[in-house]
Design a protein around this ligand. Structure first.
Ligand SMILES: [Zn+2]
Length: 331
């Protein structure tokens, strides 16, 4: 567990990512005004930066090794051709669409924990901006027809408009979705398969035109919300603890059917891997094969998709992400 001081925001800009170009990896081109491009799933794109592992607390489940071990595994595997990219931090005006000014100030300056799960770390605002920036970049690449996973920490889906909680500070999927809306995408749907309810995304999305939210999660479980639909655009699919895999898949499939009915031009995915049978923070039953299946369902949507890592706390996280990418990259 590394606990040395974290880099400043300016040093975050000089990120040196692991790079490995395979297959069709071409330099990213500027984003056009067109909301969509033809999907090309011959290769996958990963946005990451090892600097996101430069903060942590001993014994905390949301730990640097989640990312470092996942990068290492993905660099060694050979079944999914990957192209690697470094994130650019989110701009302040992007964050301001999703969060109250007082909340942004608190993340930047507070020296007290937000709650028992969510410590304040020196430099956490720079880490959260980098993570949100990775989501924005993944969104832009998806619009260019490049399916992209942002593999960074901290996660974001519990961060509400005015509150850091559940290991989350800025809500990266909401920030990326609002940026998509502001740059010409008419309808953005978020699919959240993290085992915990994406209460922060729901809070930010509620009744916002052009946005819809679909969350499949264990209930009862943290944070205790998500038992019913909220507003006219947030749809919740609570699943009982220890629900058998095939039943869990049916609920995921139902949520995706409902998502399709919204006719989104772009889909953001809060990809949490803690519905895994051996995850220490929940009591569900999914196996690696199920995350591969989820990935394949995303390809079957035939809509541009970007994803970002939310939860997933078992030692098998790298294998689960790999399986997800295998399913998603299948044409
Ligand atoms: Zn979770």
């Amino acid at each position: 567990m590394r606990q040395e001081p974290v880099p400043t925001r300016s040093s975050a800009l000089k990120a040196i990512p692991p790079r490995r170009h395979m297959g069709l990896g071409a330099p990213a081109s500027p984003v056009s005004d067109s909301p969509v491009a033809s999907p090309d799933s011959c290769f996958m794109n990963i946005i990451t930066d090892k600097q996101c592992a430069d903060y942590g607390m001993a014994g905390h489940p949301e730990r640097p090794a989640r990312i470092l071990r996942s990068i290492e595994h993905l660099q060694q595997q050979s079944t999914v051709p990957l192209t690697w990219h470094a994130p650019v931090p989110a701009e302040p005006d992007m964050v301001a669409r999703a969060h109250e000014p007082a909340h942004i100030r608190l993340v930047e300056t507070s020296e007290e924990a937000f709650d028992g799960d969510t410590p304040w770390y020196p430099g956490i605002a720079a880490h959260a901006l980098r993570s949100a920036g990775g989501a924005v970049q993944a969104m832009r690449m998806a619009r260019e027809g490049k399916p992209t996973l942002s593999l960074l920490r901290p996660p974001g889906h519990h961060a509400t408009r005015d509150h850091a909680m559940g290991f989350c500070y800025f809500n990266s999927i909401a920030i990326a979705s609002l940026e998509a809306r502001a740059s010409g995408v008419r309808r953005v749907a978020v699919f959240d398969f993290d085992v915990h309810h994406g209460n922060g995304t729901e809070d930010i999305f509620r009744d916002q035109a052009g946005l819809a939210f679909y969350s499949v999660h264990q209930h009862p479980c943290y944070p205790g919300t998500g038992t019913r639909n909220v507003g006219d655009n947030c749809f919740n699919y609570p699943v009982a603890p220890a629900t058998p895999r095939d039943s869990y898949r049916k609920v995921l499939g139902r949520a995706l059917e409902d998502l399709k009915a919204f006719q989104p031009e772009l889909v953001g995915v809060s990809a949490g891997f803690d519905a895994y049978a051996r995850d220490p923070l929940a009591q569900e039953t999914l196996e690696a094969e199920d995350f591969k299946w989820i990935g394949a369902q995303l390809t079957a949507l035939e809509i541009p998709v970007f994803a970002l890592l939310e939860g997933g706390y078992s030692k098998d996280l790298p294998l689960l992400i790999h399986a997800f990418l295998e399913g998603w990259s299948r044409t």
